[in-house]
Design a protein around this ligand. Structure first.
Ligand code: GCW
Length: 605
């Protein structure tokens, strides 16, 4: 079993270590003699690091000393100065959502099967789960949702007859400061003898109250429940004519006596849309659904909103709900699993995207942060050895959303591989630029959904065009994109005025979102004077060349095996993928526009 970072922490955590302080103590002893701890419970997750004689003193709350220990490990391993003053996480809830199914599969999982489910039950190697806990704690992640938001049987029973197993699993992660969360099925009362799941029915309320009591008797520190309701055919309160505040509050009230939170996903849209109908525009859906409910959710409800209004595409604007909701606690949801961003085959380092979103909405816009996990049972945990970076960086970014992408990426490269300085820089630069490269050879200028339907890897520009998912580019011989201004679907008007005005004006709209907000002819002039079609061609040629250049760079890195072989093998696939995207997309637009590449490069017919 390999560690994705911190190669200095290779030994397994001893069985006997059960409490956070003990784990911290053990980790500290591996790094430096003379580390002493001062536990100040009031500091909670916070910590302070100081030199003390020849060693160090770590002061913090019980989980704080654990985080402080890892911060010390990181600083010493990277040769960085110790952070000054008391360090506290910015977001109190820093969660990974695992889309693990009890049959052992992982929805959108690109790193193998589930680490803890198989054959309809919990089945895992406890040592590996402890290592997982250690990995999460080392970057400050403090909650893990154990099952897919699409709750497939028998996962309903995680809060039923599987509770003893859930409790045993929670026991392993508890010493690492990681609390569990469970995805629950809104219709569960129906499966347990009631004839309704109506949230206003007192029998349903009593049923959930009793369930919550039983759950907390087994797992007293459960973080709460996560719910996907009335979304992509999942059951929800709408079936009973109730709204999402009524549905969420009913569950939140069951959790409240136990200190739990109810995380309710805002991923709600019409997935049975008629492509002929231009009056429905999917990105508008969540804002229309949740703005009228602002202020109606109980204080232990957290509305979890995907970063963009669509669905984890390569490039989307931030969801307008982050600006609009003022009286609702919210979490932002990212996706570390690379569903639309290369399947952990193609490189796609995410910190630049998180930075852009946070810069746009402000770090105070949300109160919690979550990410769909990219973990699996593969020996290297992530499928691609470099995909580890995204989990590492996510934890540190959730702790400090002012973190710079280059610093996060550089620190991961340094802690993971002992490369010569120039090679370390090559690797860090490659990762830092990887999102831009991927964006160039896939969907240009904010165009989304040009992927293979279902699979979501590889190009298919019209694959989702006549489908029911609300995912259209409407390319034709005259132009491409959707008019989402006031004159079009009105989506741009969901933003505060200044942003709405900018997005609504093609001359002021950020070019990387141009075709998200506008429908434009191929001859439209970009800011640098190129035509839209020429920019599309150029991006695809350049993106493909950049992927080739990354391959050459990678070949020159003295990475340890098997990481080197694994990374090179995937890079070959990425280069093939980039060529395929370039040629399919360029040909697609060439056929429609009839306009040749100014530079005379090959575009296949
Ligand atoms: O993008 C879609 C994915 C589904 C996922 C859904 C969601 C868990 O294709 O696999 O289901 O988003 O986020 O709920």
């Amino acid at each position: 079993m390999r560690y994705a970072w911190l190669p200095c922490l290779k030994s397994p955590v001893p069985e006997t270590l059960k409490r956070p302080l003990s784990v911290a103590d053990h980790e500290a002893r591996q790094v430096a003699d003379g580390v002493c701890f001062a536990v100040d419970r009031d500091m909670g997750e916070g910590y302070k690091l100081e030199k003390a004689g020849d060693g160090y003193r770590i002061t913090g709350g019980e989980t704080g000393v654990l985080y402080g220990t890892y911060a010390l490990v990181r600083a010493l391993a990277a040769g960085d100065p110790l952070p000054e003053g008391v360090q506290k996480p910015f977001y109190p809830l820093r969660m990974i959502d695992c889309w693990d199914n009890m049959d052992g599969t992982v929805e959108r999982g690109y790193a193998g099967r589930s680490l803890w489910f198989e054959g309809g039950e919990f089945r895992y190697d406890p040592a590996r789960i402890r290592q997982l806990g250690r990995m999460l704690a080392s970057v400050g992640i403090n909650a893990l949702c154990v099952n897919n938001v699409n709750v497939h049987a028998p996962a309903q029973q995680l809060i039923g007859w599987l509770l003893p197993d859930l409790a045993a699993f929670a026991d392993i992660l508890r010493p690492f400061g990681v609390r569990l969360m469970v995805s629950v099925d809104f219709s569960m009362p129906l499966q347990c003898g009631l004839d309704t799941a109506d949230p206003l029915d007192s029998r349903v309320q009593a049923w959930w109250n009793a369930r919550a009591d039983a759950v907390y008797a087994a797992v007293p520190d459960l973080a709460g429940f996560l719910v996907k309701a009335d979304s992509e055919h999942r059951p929800g309160p709408n079936a009973y004519g109730r709204d999402h505040a009524q549905g969420a509050n009913m569950l939140a009230r069951a959790l409240k006596p136990h200190g739990g939170v109810l995380v309710w996903r805002a991923f709600v849209y019409n997935c049975m849309q008629d492509w002929r109908d231009h009056s429905i525009d999917r990105p508008c859906a969540a804002y229309n659904a949740y703005m009228p409910l602002d202020g109606r959710f109980d204080e232990n409800v957290i509305l979890q909103i995907k970063n963009g209004p669509y669905d984890f595409q390569v490039r989307e604007p931030a969801s307008p709900l982050f600006f609009g909701l003022r009286n609702t606690r919210t979490a932002i949801e990212y996706q570390l699993a690379q569903e639309y961003t290369g399947h952990q085959i193609d490189l796609y380092a995410m910190p630049p995207m998180w930075r852009e979103v946070t810069d746009c909405i402000g770090k105070e816009a949300v109160q919690a942060i979550a990410a769909v996990s990219n973990l699996g049972r593969d020996e290297n945990w992530f499928g691609h050895p470099f995909a580890a970076l995204n989990l590492f960086a996510f934890g540190l970014f959730a702790w400090d959303p002012d973190s710079a992408p280059a610093a996060l990426i550089g620190s991961w490269a340094k802690l993971t591989y002992a490369l010569p300085a120039d090679q370390e820089k090559t690797l860090a630069d490659m990762l830092l630029g990887s999102r831009a490269v991927y964006e160039k050879y896939t969907s240009p200028l904010g165009l989304c959904w040009m992927v293979q339907p279902g699979l979501h890897y590889g190009p298919n520009p019209y694959g989702y065009e006549f489908d029911a998912w609300g995912t259209y580019n409407r390319a034709d011989r005259n132009g491409v994109g959707i008019d989402r201004t006031a004159a079009g679907t009105g989506y741009a008007c969901q933003y505060p005025k200044e942003l709405a005005d900018a997005y609504g004006d093609p001359a002021r709209c950020p070019e990387n979102l141009l075709l998200f907000f506008h429908r434009l002819p191929y001859t439209y002039r970009m800011k640098d004077g190129r035509t839209l079609i020429q920019r599309i061609y150029d991006d695809h040629f350049e993106g493909c060349e950049a992927a080739e250049a990354m391959r050459r760079d990678l070949q020159g890195l003295a990475l340890p095996e098997p990481d080197r072989a694994e990374a090179l093998e995937r890079m070959d696939k990425q280069a093939r993928n980039a060529r395929n995207w370039r040629d399919v997309i360029n040909t697609f637009f060439h056929r429609f526009s009839g306009i040749d590449d100014e530079k005379g490069r090959v575009i296949y017919d």
